[in-house]
Design a protein around this ligand. Structure first.
Ligand SMILES: CC(=O)[C@@H](O)[C@H](O)COP(=O)(O)O
Ligand SMILES: NCC(=O)COP(=O)(O)O
Length: 253
């Protein structure tokens, strides 16, 4: 079964909009884990727009307490700055079970593309080796190009265990009413990744509405990390009920 890692970035967005400590990121993550979520994801960004280094330390503790996966996302090439020690440094400090490398910058509203592996492989290789030496499983954010190119072969050469397929384009196609071509492209990319020895995660703009169709079409997705839609849905149904709704859906695919 595909496991659910809940991304709690959005809880920190709300907290930071007023300063202070409410809503409490750790309390929200605990509620998700108590409802059965398999892990917690955060994506601390150098501009500290939501998750900050102190949240990373606290969530590392919490996930250790629950014995579940902590998935830390970030750009390993972004330089450290005041309040942000850098992605590699954070991984050295908390040793997340999974480190997901994402090629994004401050100017982006959110993550919107994967690596260009043919171009980035040489730079990624030593970083992946450092993270693996910390016992982190390494996942690389990747676009779904389908059968069009050798991207997954280049990704496998980097030495990571997984790729996370960037599902934004699928979510857009689904919202527009016809995701068939996009699903075929994601399924082909997943098969190419698996043939190259990579396990497959998926994330970005997945929701209760579009997740089932995705998982029925794309084979052997190990993990989905979901934040934006899940936290939005939780405004209506509550966090625990929403997490349980996702788990029920995952269990039914
Ligand atoms: C890698 C990925 O798709 C997620 O981490 C997403 O980027 C969420 O980040 P934000 O919450 O900053 O939009
Ligand atoms: N890796 C994707 C993630 O953590 C959550 O993305 P989103 O659901 O907030 O779009």
């Amino acid at each position: 079964m595909t496991v659910l890692s809940v991304n709690v970035n959005k809880i920190a967005v709300l907290r930071n909009s007023r300063g202070g400590g409410e809503p409490d990121v750790v309390r929200a993550a605990r509620a998700c884990l108590d409802a059965g979520a398999h892990g917690i994801t955060v994506h601390p960004r150098p501009d500290a727009r939501h998750i900050r280094a102190d949240d990373v330390y606290a969530l590392a503790e919490l996930t250790r307490e629950y014995g579940v996966e902590f998935n830390l996302e970030g750009n390993p090439f972004a330089p450290p700055r005041a309040g942000y020690p850098g992605f590699l440094a954070l991984c050295e400090q908390v040793r997340p079970a999974q480190a997901t490398l994402v090629p994004d910058g401050d100017a982006q509203l959110t993550s919107d593309h994967g690596f260009d592996f043919a171009r980035d492989a040489a730079a990624l290789q030593p970083l992946v080796a450092r993270l693996k030496a910390l016992q982190c499983r390494v996942s690389l954010f990747a676009d779904a190009h389908g059968d069009a190119d050798d991207d997954m072969r280049h990704a496998a050469a980097v030495g990571a265990e997984r790729v996370e397929l960037y599902t934004g384009p699928y979510a857009e196609a689904h919202a527009a009413g016809d995701a068939r071509a996009m699903l075929a492209r994601f399924a082909a990319t997943a098969r190419r990744a698996q043939a190259a020895g990579l396990a497959v995660n998926a994330g970005h703009d997945l929701s209760l509405d579009n997740l089932g169709e995705f998982l029925r079409a794309v084979p052997n997705v190990q993990e989905v990390s979901i934040g934006h839609a899940l936290i939005g849905e939780a405004l209506y149904a509550g966090l625990a009920t929403t997490v349980r709704n996702y788990l029920a859906l995952l269990g039914s695919v």
